[in-house]
Ligand binder design. Structure first.
Ligand code: NDP
Length: 282
């Protein structure tokens, strides 16, 4: 046990000393952020703007995006555009990438962050909802990635995928959502191998997030779980740094790393701890 602990500490030290983040590298960077009308995506847009990036942002609500773009310009974005799109539509997903490449004259970062709304609670047996959510939360990510890859290859660019601890560790009450996040981790984890084997210029960063204090997340978990939610502003900064330093996987906040590291060590105690941390009164 002592040996394994020492090894994990050494591993963490190496991991966190790798690839320092250079803010200057994002000045003028051409970035497309999805799900940027609110929550973590909105914070991502503001950070990129302060760092002087060129931005295209997307989500469904054009009027909200317009306001985010206005603030991005004020904050220092070299250029900022928006395009309303519904990621349940495969053609919308492709059109957004095309638009970003045309407006920005190429692409350096494709930041895939959006999620469709999904109920929180015991699974109600609605398979159709899961099918729809897979389209929004998973298939559209693939669609955008395949459309962007040739351009990212030329620019030595990056794909940043915002995922979740619920895509690594099973938990109750968000089954369709978790399924889409497991799918993302499986697909883009495999794509990382294939790109490395092809000696591609493109990096993929998988971001494993714990509970973040966005309005939608806080609304969902109310009455189900009482745990610390970390600030969306910090989560967004962490994601940007990991993407810019081309890390293959990053964890925020700190406990998500340990949850993944020790996931399979004591399954009985893990499952008890998970079930006891939620409130359920049938
Ligand atoms: P929000 O619910 O706050 O934001 C979701 C974004 O996606 C909004 O901009 C929304 O805008 C957009 N969106 C919703 N449906 C569609 C659609 N059909 N087509 C296009 N865009 C759509 O999410 P968070 O900020 O909380 O989460 C962001 C990312 O972080 C997600 O990938 C999530 O899984 C991950 N994460 C979040 C955690 C948390 O606790 N908050 C924990 C772990 C991971 P609009 O309504 O205008 O379309």
């Amino acid at each position: 046990l002592l040996l394994l602990c020492s090894l994990s500490v050494a591993f963490i030290a190496v991991r966190w000393s790798a690839s320092p983040f250079n803010e200057e590298s994002l000045k003028g960077a051409r970035v497309l952020v999805t799900g940027a009308s609110t929550g973590i995506g909105e914070q991502l847009a503001y950070h990129y703007a302060r760092l002087g990036a060129q931005l295209v942002i997307t989500a469904r609500r054009g009027n909200v995006l317009e306001e985010v773009v206005r603030k991005c310009r004020e904050m220092g974005a070299q250029r900022a555009f928006f395009m309303p799109a519904d990621m349940a539509s495969p053609s919308d997903a492709e059109r957004v990438v095309q638009y970003a490449i045309e407006q920005l004259g190429g692409l350096d970062f494709l930041v895939l962050n959006h999620i469709g709304p999904s109920p929180y609670g015991m699974w109600n047996g609605d398979v159709e909802h899961t099918r729809w959510l897979l389209e929004v939360n998973f298939l559209s990510y693939l669609q955008m990635a395949q459309k962007a890859l040739p351009t990212l290859e030329k620019s030595k660019g990056s794909i940043v995928v915002v995922s979740s601890l619920l895509g690594k560790l099973c938990g109750p009450f968000a089954l369709p959502y978790a399924a889409t996040k497991f799918a993302l981790n499986g697909f883009f984890g495999g794509l990382q191998h294939e790109l490395a084997m092809q000696k591609s210029n493109v990096s993929i960063t998988m971001c494993i997030l714990g509970l973040i204090d966005t309005d939608s997340a806080m609304e969902k978990i109310k009455g189900y779980i009482n745990m610390t939610a970390y600030p969306a502003h910090d989560a967004a900064r962490h994601i940007i740094e990991a993407g810019a330093s081309r890390q293959s996987e990053t964890f925020y906040p700190w406990y998500t790393y340990y949850a993944c590291l020790f996931r399979d060590w004591f399954p009985y105690f893990r499952d008890q701890a998970i079930q006891n941390s939620y409130t359920y009164n049938p």
